[in-house]
Design a protein around this ligand. Structure first.
Ligand code: FRU
Length: 524
C-alpha cells in the first residue's frame, strides 16, 4: 500500500518537473527530478537495467526530509525517472530515509537497505540526538514495501564503544555462495570513523561480524557512505569522511572521498590498508557508490557537489543536485584509475583535431568551442631545454566569465579555478592537484556539460570535478601559454538527442504506481 506521504511526493514531482525547461538542466548528467538531490543510493542492476536512487527532497532546493528519488538507464547516460521510491512514512524512518544500497534477490524481487532516522524531539532547548537504524524495503523495481521486521540493525548491533548516533549508509553485496555482506559507517569512542561489517544468509536477518576498518584519527571524523569491493585482484574501500584536514595537496578541508587499497584478512575479518589517496582533486565530488555491470566493469558514480560549497548555484530553476558521469574503475600502479564510461563515445559528434600546435601567448583553434564537449589535450614543451612556465585552458568563456584549468610544470601543479565563472558567492572556487612530473608533458580529457566540468588527467590517474553555473551560452575555449607549448587537441561535441531520458514522463509508471491522475493536481 502506497502511503499518502509517498503519493504526495509522486504527485508533486510529476507536476513540478514540468516547470524545469530541458535546457536548464545538465544535458547528459543525471540531475534531480525536481527539488534537492544528494548522495547516490542503490546503484545496481535489477532485471537487466541499471537503477540509481538518490537522496531526495522534492519540495525545495535545499536539503530536507529525505525521500529516495529513482531513475533507470540502459546505457548509463540516458536516464528515465521513475516515481519516488521511498518516503519517510514508517515509524523507524519518520524523519528521513537516509543513504543505502540495493540488490536483486534470487526470487526476482529488489531489496533496498537504507538508514531510517528518527529525531526524538523531547525537552525544548535541549539538544536531541537522532536514532539511526538500518531498514529494508522490498519491491518490483517501481514500488516498494517497507519490511515488517524493520529495523533490521539497531544500536544493539553496534559493538561496544561505537556511536549510538552515527550509524548509517549501509552498502550491501552478494557473495559468490549466495550469502550477503554489508558495511555501515559508524564512529568509535575517539569520534573518528569506523566501518562495521555485517553478514546475512537471506538479506533480511543480519549479524555483526567485525570492525572492518578504522580511521584512527587520520581521515576526518565520521566516515560516511562506504563501499567495499574487489577490483583487479585488490580490495578497495571507498569512504567519504566529514571534517577532513588537508594533507598537502592530497586531502582538502571538509568533506572528501578517500580510496584505501589493500587486502582482506578473512580470519580476522579486517581490511588491511596498504595505500590511500583522494578519489577526486576538484571541488565537487562526494559519497560515490559503485556497481558491477553485466559485462564485468566496476562503475562508480558520485554526488557532483560538496556540502561546503552548496551556495554556488545561481540557476533559477527548481532543481539542485547532479551526479557525476558514471566512471569505469581500474587499478594501475597502486592507484584507482577512473575513465568516463565507454558508452559516452556514442554521444560524440564530428571529430575536430589539431596536432603539433606550437604557440606562446593566447590561442584559439578552429572548431574548438562549446559547452557540451569531450576534449582531450596533450601538451609538451615547445623547447625541451626551456620548459614553458605555465599553460592554461579557459572554457565556459564569454566577455565576462571563464573557468580555468592551469598547469605549472615546475611545481607539477594542476589547478581548477571557477572564481570567474559567474558565482557571486565567497566560497571555495579553486583546488590544486599535484600531478606526476613528466618534464612538462601532460594529457587531460575534459568533459563539459552545461553545469559542470570533469577532468581526467593522464588517462584517469587523477580527476578534478567541479560544478560551474556560467550561462550555457558562454561557450568559448582558448589556450594560454607562458613560454612555448606544443599541443595536440582532439574535440567532439557531445550530442544528447533531445529525447533525453531524464525528460521522459512515462505515464505507464503511474498506472503501475496506482496513480494516474497526476496531471490534474495543481502546483502548491
Ligand atoms: C552524506 C550523508 C549521509 C546520509 C545522507 C543524508 O552526504 O550525510 O551520511 O545518509 O547524506 O542525506
Amino acid at each position: 500500500m502506497t502511503s499518502q506521504i509517498l503519493r504526495d511526493a509522486r504527485h508533486y514531482e510529476a507536476i513540478a518537473e514540468q516547470t524545469i525547461p530541458p535546457e536548464k538542466r545538465p544535458a547528459f548528467h543525471l540531475s534531480t527530478r525536481v527539488g534537492w538531490m544528494n548522495d547516490p543510493n542503490g546503484f545496481s542492476y535489477y532485471q537487466g537495467r541499471c537503477h540509481l536512487f538518490y537522496q531526495y527532497y522534492p519540495y525545495g532546493t535545499k536539503w530536507g526530509l529525505m525521500h529516495w528519488g529513482h531513475a533507470v538507464t540502459d546505457d548509463l547516460l540516458h536516464w528515465e525517472y521513475l516515481p519516488a521510491a521511498l518516503a519517510p512514512d514508517s515509524l523507524p524512518d519518520r524523519d528521513g530515509c537516509f543513504s543505502g544500497s540495493a540488490i536483486e534477490l534470487p526470487d526476482g524481487r529488489q531489496l533496498l537497505m537504507y538508514t531510517g532516522v528518527v529525531d526524538p524531539g523531547g525537552v525544548p532547548g535541549e539538544p536531541t540526538e537522532s536514532i539511526q537504524t538500518q531498514c529494508l524495503a522490498v519491491g518490483d523495481g517501481v514500488n516498494y514495501e517497507k519490511y515488517e521486521g524493520n529495523p533490521v540493525l539497531t544500536v544493539d548491533d553496534v559493538p561496544e564503544g561505537g556511536s549510538k548516533v552515527d550509524f548509517r549508509d549501509p552498502k550491501m553485496w552478494r557473495e559468490a555462495d549466495g550469502s550477503y555482506g554489508c558495511v555501515v559507517g559508524n564512529r568509535p569512542a575517539d569520534g573518528s570513523g569506523q566501518l562495521l561489517y555485517y553478514t546475512s544468509d537471506d538479506g533480511f536477518h543480519w549479524r555483526f561480524e567485525s570492525v572492518l576498518a578504522q580511521n584512527l584519527g587520520r581521515f576526518g571524523l565520521m566516515w560516511e557512505c562506504p563501499d567495499f569491493f574487489v577490483l583487479d585482484g585488490r580490495h578497495v574501500l571507498l569512504v567519504s569522511p566529514q571534517d577532513m584536514l588537508p594533507d598537502g595537496y592530497e586531502y582538502h578541508n571538509g568533506n572528501g572521498t578517500v580510496c584505501l587499497i589493500g587486502r582482506y584478512d578473512a580470519e580476522r575479518k579486517r581490511f588491511i590498508e596498504e595505500t590511500n589517496h583522494a578519489v577526486d582533486y576538484g571541488i565537487d565530488f562526494y559519497a560515490p557508490q559503485t556497481t558491477l555491470t553485466p559485462d564485468g566493469r566496476r562503475i562508480m558514480i558520485g554526488w557532483m557537489q560538496n556540502w561546503d560549497t552548496l551556495s554556488v548555484s545561481t540557476v533559477k530553476s527548481r532543481w539542485f543536485g547532479q551526479m557525476t558521469l558514471p566512471r569505469e574503475l581500474s587499478i594501475r600502479n597502486g592507484r584507482l584509475y577512473q575513465r568516463p564510461v565507454r558508452e559516452l563515445d556514442a554521444l560524440r559528434g564530428e571529430r575536430v583535431a589539431h596536432e603539433n600546435v606550437r604557440f606562446s601567448g593566447e590561442r584559439t583553434l578552429e572548431g574548438v568551442s562549446g559547452r557540451t564537449v569531450d576534449i582531450t589535450v596533450t601538451i609538451r614543451p615547445g623547447d625541451t631545454g626551456n620548459v614553458y612556465k605555465k599553460f592554461a585552458v579557459w572554457f565556459g568563456k564569454n566577455d565576462a566569465c571563464h573557468t580555468t584549468l592551469s598547469y605549472r610544470p615546475y611545481e607539477s601543479i594542476l589547478k581548477i579555478d571557477r572564481k570567474f565563472s559567474g558565482s557571486r558567492r565567497a566560497v571555495i572556487h579553486q583546488r590544486r592537484c599535484k600531478v606526476p612530473d613528466r618534464g612538462g608533458e601532460l594529457t587531460f580529457r575534459m568533459i563539459l556539460d552545461r553545469f559542470s566540468v570533469e577532468v581526467f588527467v593522464n588517462d584517469g590517474e587523477q580527476t578534478l570535478t567541479a560544478t560551474m553555473f556560467t550561462d550555457p551560452s558562454a561557450d568559448g575555449i582558448c589556450f594560454l601559454a607562458d613560454g612555448e607549448v606544443c599541443m595536440d587537441v582532439e574535440k567532439y561535441d557531445l550530442n544528447n538527442d533531445s529525447k533525453l531520458g531524464v525528460q521522459k514522463r512515462e505515464k505507464e509508471w503511474y498506472h503501475r504506481a496506482g496513480d494516474d491522475d497526476t496531471h490534474e493536481i495543481p502546483l502548491q
